[in-house]
Design a protein around this ligand. Structure first.
Ligand code: ADP
Ligand code: MG
Length: 627
């Protein structure tokens, strides 16, 4: 594009003050009042978007070093980056001219045509960072292009080049940013304590370092080395940043589909915490935030972790750059996906699958097991997506048609999805297996403390928590009932008003059928209000509104129409209320029924709220105890 007269005349770096005066003088005499801002002011304004605090400058400089192909990157800070941020890399360096050019706005080596915008693999591409930083700080950059004899040293302050001269410096780039915001007091005064600013910097450092475990990174603050990260794999990088303790927590995720590949690590459910912890998404190696994808991961852990707790994850999504837009946010931490819903689903199932694969959840295929042992993690084991198979009419404490008495009946067939007996005696015919298996278990059940059912199994000892076991049984039964649209309703004596936001109001209409299937008897009376006449049988009245709200919330995030998001919290709440409690003495018959029904469940090992229902102590462990 040809430059306008105005640009030709005024694009040099004019002293800002004089320039503004001229605008005002001209304004008085001229009728046209719109002028292009001089670069120094434009850069300062742009800097406000890109560089909010020292951590933003750190991020940009680290990313430039990564883009330059560095294998070793040093970050050196003074006063949480306030007085100095220095980044030294051994990347490709810059020529004299490029070094000068790099500080111009929209000056980038990473984009050449509009099409390139759809193929971005580099961290930067907007050509704004260095221009922004140079507008609000004093910058010294020494750089030597790979293979060049000599480097160059350039000094620039408030967008103005102070000097540039030849320099004997190592290959790569060494950039030092001093007195950030020296000419923007408003911004400077809003910085938080050094402690807070440093924490922001460390966050950015972690994000870049995690995305590039093959690069050596170090961080010095006020002459002290805080991090030294050797090159290695992702697991090693996670451990060197967050501590060796993470090793036992991590479960790998590895899922390749045509739309997206998902790799990385998640933490095991037992390490879920009330605080958010370490949660990282990288899209094409760029750290991003995305509440929607976060929800997908949390959803995969549902039932395995207590509500309101969080797991750590380090997940890398790789996809065709033309299917995402990273250019929707100045700091590029937000990304728009063309196929967000599909990615949500793939991510959730990838996480679920790896939890199953590594036996973190008990999606065990007992047909292949020869004992009750928990098998060691096996990477190649085929994974079965859980299907709920429960006999909806079966009540463990009332049924006369107990599966114990009638092996091979309908309900027993359904129960064989998970059948401990068949695994213990898997050489025999199914009926014989069941009989002998049952016999073995039947004689062995003992109740301890009116709380646990203990039995011997081939590999040792098995202990079952009676209350949690019953919760699991009821949960799966209710889920099935609801899915079959058989959810029963109990009428409230005093109907409750349920007022929601306009958005939730519409959502509730959308899932009204599912809600009714579960036993919610809900009437729309307009003005964002519903009247609740009835609630699912077994649910406590005091809980009903809260559960409705959480259903709407889950539904909002997942956008799924499958109904599961609606059904699961309801089934969970009902099973909790209705389950037999610890402290209740059980007859032999009751224990037997409970155990049988538990192992007919799809996921007998965990309670609906994610606690262990069953633990085993194998013979080796027992023997050790007597030594
Ligand atoms: P962007 O990264 O978006 O291209 P920047 O303002 O961050 O914009 O950098 C401008 C240009 O300067 C880059 O495109 C790159 O060519 C060059 N550059 C910046 N930092 C480095 C570095 N550490 N090593 C080599 N080249 C660099
Ligand atoms: Mg950049």
């Amino acid at each position: 594009m040809p430059k306008t007269n105005f640009e030709q005349n005024h694009c040099e770096l004019l002293p800002v003050k004089g320039w503004i005066n001229r605008i005002f003088e001209e304004n008085i005499t001229m009728s046209d009042i719109i002028r292009l801002l001089p670069d120094s002011i434009a850069n300062q304004i742009a800097a406000g978007e890109v560089i909010q605090r020292p951590a933003s400058a750190v991020k940009e400089l680290l990313e430039n070093a990564v883009d330059a192909g560095a294998t070793r990157i040093q970050l050196i800070l003074r006063e949480a980056g306030r007085s100095q941020i220095q980044v030294i890399d051994n990347g490709m360096g810059m020529s004299d001219t490029d070094a000068r050019m790099s500080f111009e706005r929209h000056a980038t080596s990473k984009l050449r045509s509009a099409e390139d915008l759809f193929m971005i693999r580099t961290k930067g591409f907007r050509g704004e960072a260095l221009a922004s930083i140079a507008a609000i700080a004093q910058v010294e950059m020494k750089t030597r292009k790979r293979g060049s004899e000599l480097g160059t040293c350039i000094l620039i302050e408030g967008s103005e080049v102070k000097s540039q001269e030849a320099s004997q410096c190592p290959e790569g780039t060494n950039i030092s940013v001093k007195n950030l915001f020296f000419n923007v007091p408003a911004r400077r005064n809003f910085l938080k304590s050094d402690q807070v600013e440093f924490r922001h910097i460390v966050d950015e450092f972690h994000r870049v370092a995690l995305a590039h475990p093959g690069i050596v990174f170090s961080l010095h603050h006020n002459n002290q080395e805080n991090f030294h990260l050797e090159a290695g794999g992702l697991r090693q990088r996670i451990l060197s940043i967050f501590g060796q303790g993470h090793n036992e927590r991590l479960v790998p995720v590895d899922e390749v589909t045509t739309i997206v590949s998902v790799t990385g690590f998640i933490s095991k459910p037992e390490f879920a915490r009330k605080t958010r912890g370490e949660q990282f998404f990288f899209v094409n190696n760029r750290f991003i935030r995305n509440p929607y994808l976060h929800h997908a991961v949390q959803a995969a852990f549902q039932e395995l972790i207590p509500q309101d707790s969080f797991v750590s994850y380090f997940l890398f999504l790789e996809l065709d750059p033309s299917r995402i837009d990273v250019n929707i946010h100045p700091t590029k931490t937000e990304v728009k996906f063309e196929e967000e819903n599909n990615i949500y689903t793939i991510l959730r199932s990838a996480v679920k699958r790896s939890l199953g694969k590594y036996n973190v959840t008990p999606t065990l295929d007992f047909e292949q097991e020869t004992s009750f042992n928990f098998p060691a993690p096996s990477v190649n084991k085929p994974v079965v997506i859980p299907v709920i198979k429960v006999n909806p009419d079966f009540n463990p404490f009332q049924s006369r048609n107990s599966p114990i008495d009638k092996p091979g009946t309908e309900s027993r067939k359904e129960s064989s999805v998970y059948n401990p007996q068949s695994s213990i005696h898997n050489q025999q015919s199914p009926e014989k297996e069941l009989n002998s298996g049952n016999q073995e278990l039947r004689t062995n059940l003992i109740q301890v403390n009116n709380k646990y059912i203990v039995t011997s199994i081939k590999s040792g000892l098995m202990i079952i928590d009676q209350q949690l076991a019953h919760e699991r049984i009821l949960y799966e039964r209710h889920l099935k009932e609801i899915a079959m649209q058989k959810g029963r309703s109990q009428q409230l004596l005093f109907p409750q008003h349920f007022e929601v936001t306009p958005e939730d109001y519409l959502l509730a209409q959308e899932i009204m059928n599912e809600l009714r299937n579960t036993g919610f008897d809900l009437n729309d009376i307009g003005k964002n209000t519903y009247i609740l006449h009835g609630i699912p049988v077994g649910m406590q009245e005091s809980e009903a509104v809260m559960i409705l709200e959480s259903i709407l919330d889950d539904f909002k995030h997942s956008g799924s129409h499958s109904g599961r998001e609606v059904y699961e919290p309801i089934a969970r709440s009902i099973s909790k209320v209705m389950a037999i409690k610890n402290g209740k003495r059980l007859t032999n018959e009751e224990m037997q029924t409970l155990v049988d029904e538990l192992f007919a469940c799809e996921a007998p090992m965990v309670s609906p709220s994610g606690k262990h229902v069953v633990i085993t102590i194998n013979s080796d462990e027992l023997e050790k105890k007597f030594k």
